[in-house]
Design a protein around this ligand. Structure first.
Ligand SMILES: *[C@@H]1O[C@H](CO)[C@@H](O)[C@H](O)[C@H]1NC(C)=O
Ligand SMILES: *[C@@H]1O[C@H](CO)[C@@H](O)[C@H](O)[C@H]1NC(C)=O
Length: 358
């Protein structure tokens, strides 16, 4: 009889232990790490996107254009196509300078649109307008546009983004784009290399739409994540058909076509602004994520600002890319303007992770 009572007692104790300790601890762990758990299990709930069809990219500065075009299976033209570079601008002054200096020789018109609203409906200054005198070198070829934000609180940020991209289509027409001109669609920090654009403007028979595979960097050119940035694209413009977009539009991907430097900012305050203004604001789960000291430590380590797992589709890739990005000591084949002005852009080069506080 007393043994039965003792057993009941024991069960009660275990039930109480479970209810008041293990259960809340479990809920708390899921609250803190739920995103990590779902990301780790991604291979179970999401299949990878359809693979791209890679196009081998041939280049050496001493090989002539007719030979390069022929290597790609394309003919060479008698005169090059006109090229439009169109971006939505937020606050990336340094990246914009490096981009435009890289592309300068081959761009017919630089088209830039900026809004006084972030995608997440926060007001922001017209940073390009304020800094316009820094871009005198392209002024005669600039088509600049401003657009007022809609400031709808609580709306999905992708709606504001789509609204701004639509306005960019209109600005391109005002800037005089014509059929078969080349149009680069990419974010400011997705920089095609100069020789890639030269190839595509000189060769005939290139695909109508082509994604550009860019070397993918984080924080600076010290941390190369992968070769796998693919969102940038280049189009042979067709009136009424070509729409400015930043998602997948074709299966063709031209290899090794430039650089994508995400979160490559000079000031810690720019990181904080970007984390708040970014389309995925749900990633800032805790306010201490925005602490300047934490951000600085993470930049120097090559770790993840949002403390998330890599977005991969197989367990092998997730595990292979977990942990900080290894440091690189190569500054070979970077944009020429960056190397020619290295003292001005030190923070973008290996070995200089400390940012200025402003
Ligand atoms: C490459 O071309 C330049 C100028 O045309 C020439 O001076 C140089 O010798 C060439 N280099 C090689 C390795 O062929
Ligand atoms: C944003 O710009 C629009 C149009 O220029 C203007 O009407 C609006 O007052 C501005 N809003 C803010 C918050 O600056």
């Amino acid at each position: 009889m007393s043994r039965v009572r003792c057993l009941l007692h024991g069960l009660d104790f275990r039930a109480i232990f479970f209810l008041f300790l293990i259960f809340p601890a479990g809920i708390f762990a899921i609250y803190c790490h739920g995103q990590k758990i779902t990301y780790f299990l991604r291979p179970l709930w999401q299949s990878p996107p359809k693979p791209f069809i890679p196009i081998t990219h041939y280049y050496n500065e001493n090989v002539s254009m007719p030979t390069l075009c022929k290597l790609h299976g394309w003919g060479v033209r008698e005169f090059p196509r006109r090229v439009y570079d169109a971006v939505l601008f937020s606050n990336e002054i340094d990246m914009l300078t490096i981009r435009w200096k890289e592309l300068y020789p081959y761009i017919t018109r630089f088209v830039l649109l900026e809004s006084n609203s972030t995608f997440t409906a926060l007001p922001k200054p017209l940073n390009f307008k304020v800094n316009r005198e820094k871009f005198k070198f392209i002024e005669p070829r600039l088509s600049y546009g401003e657009i007022g934000g809609r400031f709808r609180k609580g709306e999905n940020p992708f709606v504001e983004e789509a609204y701004q991209r639509l306005a960019l289509d209109q600005l391109l027409r005002v800037a005089g784009i014509e059929d078969d001109d080349l149009l680069i669609m990419s974010d400011v920090d997705e920089i095609p290399s100069r020789h890639t654009i030269d190839l595509l403007r000189w060769c005939d028979d290139i695909p109508d739409v082509l994604h550009l595979e860019l070397r993918n960097y984080l924080y600076s050119f010290e941390f190369q994540l992968s070769h796998k940035s693919w969102r940038a694209s280049i189009h042979r413009y067709q009136r009424g058909k070509t729409k400015y977009a930043h998602y997948r539009q074709t299966d063709y991907l031209l290899s090794d076509s430039g650089w994508h430097c995400s979160f490559c900012f000079r000031y810690i305050s720019d990181f904080i602004f970007k984390m708040k203004a970014y389309s995925h604001t749900d990633r800032v789960r805790f306010s201490h994520f925005l602490s300047p000291k934490r951000i600085q430590d993470i930049i120097c380590k090559g770790a993840d600002l949002y403390d998330m797992l890599p977005e991969e589709y197989t367990f092998k890739d997730i595990i292979g890319r977990m942990g900080p990005i290894p440091h690189s000591f190569s500054a070979v084949h970077l944009p020429s303007y960056l190397l020619e002005n290295a003292d001005q852009y030190k923070y973008l080069l290996p070995g200089n992770c400390l940012r200025e506080r402003n």
